[in-house]
Design a protein around this ligand. Structure first.
Ligand code: UD1
Length: 419
């Protein structure tokens, strides 16, 4: 099992490049299923979840070429299967994103039910209810979602909860529906907007993405297109927090400051000098210890749930007491017992972690439990005395491209153990 060994040390100091966003790449790859013509996607991060999605698209009959210059070329000329098997869905919940495109283009989809996962129940009832409202017949039994439809019909869908992949699935399905679909209470995440940009390049008629109401006029077919994936705001934020908690200076290039307003505001409150340009962000602590900050997660543009674990790590070494309240998922504090093993003083009260900062953490063997939890352990280790070994890092490889190379570029002492 692969592990990362990190020796805590002085401040990080340097510059890294942000990769393309995982959470934009996955729906965009699935969008290629909507057309019999090719989609060229650039700025695709090299990640396990991208490989899994490519395998899934390949099983459905799409031709996939990985190209140094363009990224990934997907051509779903003929679909030969409409089934997303459990083996793939269980490793990556985002496999559910083939449901809308398959149903809209192929009239049928059979997708294994994602089921529970480490960070909570994460149901897909809103995806299913929306597609039913568009005229699909959907049975959920024996662990599979079995969906069939003639041409989907445009309609008004009020989503009960703000769901990112739910909004994406319904938006993709609606591009080929008959008439207009209106999605209310839609997710406003930048990755939804990036998917809408890609769909528009393919000929879809979409308005209002980035707001809570998205309007889609169905068209008969989508065509070939090229699209460059938006920068990864969560990866960007993770490197910035690493800079702040080590009292250092970190500049992230090829990113977009406007995607991170809530996070940058909190880093300023923590005492960081934050400078930005069109496509870069720099944080500088000038050797000062960060101050504890309190955050509440909520859908975009509020503070992202995918950054709360990293802020628990930041507060663990900050001056003062900070609270981290998780409002999106019901069980997203698996990093807390692991951070406690490193000496962090954290108590949990319901959905709030109360973190009392310590000057330093100490190294300990710790276990990654999910993607963002593992990121928090890696950055906490940068501010711990001695060598911390983080086990089960396949979680981190699902979402962070070349994490050890990038952190090493910033001066971290980090190596991969292939034990
Ligand atoms: C996406 C992101 C993930 C991020 C999350 C919240 C991708 C591939 N993943 O996940 O990194 O942490 O958004 O920003 O983009 N819900 C329902 N019924 C549904 C769907 C969702 O009740 O049908 C609930 C969930 O249980 C959760 C909340 O809605 O409490 C938000 O989940 P959702 O936005 O759907 O998360 P994902 O799209 O799975």
């Amino acid at each position: 099992m692969k592990k990362l060994a990190i020796t805590g040390g002085g401040p990080l100091d340097g510059e890294v490049r942000a990769s393309g966003a995982k959470n934009a790449t996955l729906p965009i790859l699935c969008a290629a299923l909507l057309s019999d013509q090719p989609l060229d996607i650039s700025n695709v991060p090299h990640l396990e979840d991208v490989t899994t999605t490519n395998r899934l698209l390949g099983q459905l009959g799409a031709d996939i070429t990985i190209d140094e210059k363009y990224g990934v070329h997907v051509h779903a000329q003929n679909l030969t299967s409409h089934e997303a098997p459990y083996e793939l869905v269980k490793t990556m919940r985002a496999s559910i994103l083939v449901l809308g495109p398959l149903l809209a283009r192929h009239g049928a989809a059979r997708v294994a039910l994602p089921g529970g996962c480490a960070i909570g129940a994460r149901p897909v009832d809103i995806h299913i209810a929306g597609l039913r409202k568009m005229g699909a017949t959907i049975d959920v039994e024996a662990g599979f979602i079995d969906a069939k439809a003639g041409r989907l019909q445009g309609t008004r869908i009020v989503m009960e909860t703000v769901t990112v992949t739910g909004t994406e699935n319904l938006m993709m399905a609606a591009t080929l529906a008959q008439g207009e679909t209106v999605l209310e209470n839609a997710a406003r995440e930048p990755e939804v907007v990036d998917l809408a940009d890609c769909l528009r390049a393919m000929g879809a008629q979409i308005e209002g993405d980035g707001t809570t109401t998205i309007r889609i006029q169905g068209v008969d077919a989508l065509h070939a297109a090229k699209h460059r994936v938006v920068p990864d705001r969560i990866e960007t934020g993770t490197f910035l927090v690493a800079g702040v908690l080590t009292q250092g200076r970190v500049k992230v290039r090829d990113t977009r400051p406007s995607l991170l307003d809530a996070v940058l505001g909190k880093l300023e409150t923590a005492g960081a000098e934050v400078s930005t340009g069109d496509d870069w962000i720099e944080v500088n602590m000038h050797g000062q210890r960060p101050r504890a900050v309190s955050v509440h997660t909520a859908p975009h543009p509020a503070f992202p749930t995918d950054m709360q674990a990293q802020f628990c790590a930041l507060n663990a070494v900050a001056d003062g007491v900070g609270t981290v309240t998780e409002n999106v998922f019901e069980n997203r504090f698996m990093h807390v017992p692991e951070l406690q093993r490193m000496g962090a003083d954290i108590s949990l009260e319901g959905n709030t972690a109360i973190v009392r900062g310590q000057p330093r953490l100490k190294s300990a063997p710790v276990m990654a439990t999910d993607l963002r939890a593992s990121a928090s352990l890696v950055i906490a280790a940068l501010a711990a005395d001695g060598e911390t070994v983080v086990d089960r890092i396949y979680h981190i490889d699902r979402g962070y491209e070349c994490i050890e190379e990038k952190l090493a570029q910033l001066g971290a002492k980090i190596r991969r153990l292939n034990a």
